[in-house]
Design a binder for this molecule. Sequence first.
Ligand SMILES: *Cc1c(COP(=O)(O)O)cnc(C)c1O
Length: 370
Amino acid sequence: MNNKPIYVTQPSLPLLAEFNTYLEKIWSSKILTNGGEMHQALERELCDYLGVEYVSLFNNGTIALLTAIQALGIKGDVITTPYSFVATAHSLLWNGIKPIFVDIDPISMNMDPNKIEEAITPATTAIMPVHCYGNACDIVAIGDIARKHSLKVIYDAAHAFAVKDHDGRSLLNHGDLSVLSFHATKVFNTFEGGAIVCRTKEMKARIDQLKNFGFVDEVTVAAPGINGKMSEVNAAFGLLQLKTIDSVLSKRKNVACYYRAELSDVKGIKLTEQASFERSNNSYFPLLIMSDFPVSRDELYQRFKEVNIFSRRYFYPLISDFPMYNHLESSSKQNLPVAGEIAKQIICLPIHTELDLEDLERIVTVIRTC
Ligand SMILES: *Cc1c(COP(=O)(O)O)cnc(C)c1O
């Protein structure tokens, strides 16, 4: 039996020769960064492709999150989810903000809007939800709560590239700011990279100053900014990736459809809801391993590993269990029962464009023969 390694994700790379034509342009311009031609072109093309008004590119998603918090002047306490990649909460700590974790909804695995109001303290200034696995948060309920309590909303949209809302418009138009990651493991990548999506020219100017040390012009520094700029090489790679993104998304959808067809009748396995699946970018394929499945989640993870298949337990452990967070009151198990349960059941299957039918059969066979 074929034993080649199957990874949870792999990037879709363009032909190297095609990338070379972009590199030749950069070599002849001798402009390597600081908002050059490639950077400007990628911001424009992303606005068009995503259906948003303003995009500010960054060197990675984490620096974009740090900067989004600064751009809105957020301080004090921020309500967030424990069920995410650790960078979500780290971006708060780096800004001297106390994260307040609220539990997630068992179906969407996103922040449960019914738990937000009771978590608001006098120091709360914002909500930072995550569109986990690219499935939309309850943007309407979260928007209503934010308005009622005058809170800002920053969506960590690292998983939500090209995802639409219920009206078929970009999900990234909701909240005050949305933050994307273009890390190598994401659906759309620039090796490393990220972006903030915003809705006014003034906010875009503020973000662009903050990512460039706070410079307004050659002699004026208006804020203690950071270096968050994306280089021309990364931006060029993004321009090339955008040309194939539709076929990448459709190949991912095919993989997800295959898994759904093959796994929906397996006892003890729970798939995510069909409705959110339809609007998803299929950036991940999460499964819940329930108590009536023949083996535990961790046993299944091991069995995959034994045959060179690398699944991932996203998101386990919860952010609230890491040492820099576990002393917080909101990190208690009693406060986060749903997230605690799902973190024990979750496993993400490999999903990317390089998987062929034989790979998929190998993966499904492991599950079916447990
Ligand atoms: C990937 C990711 C980030 C961080 O993005 P980087 O570009 O790797 O810095 C933040 N939040 C979530 C939910 C992520 O998955």
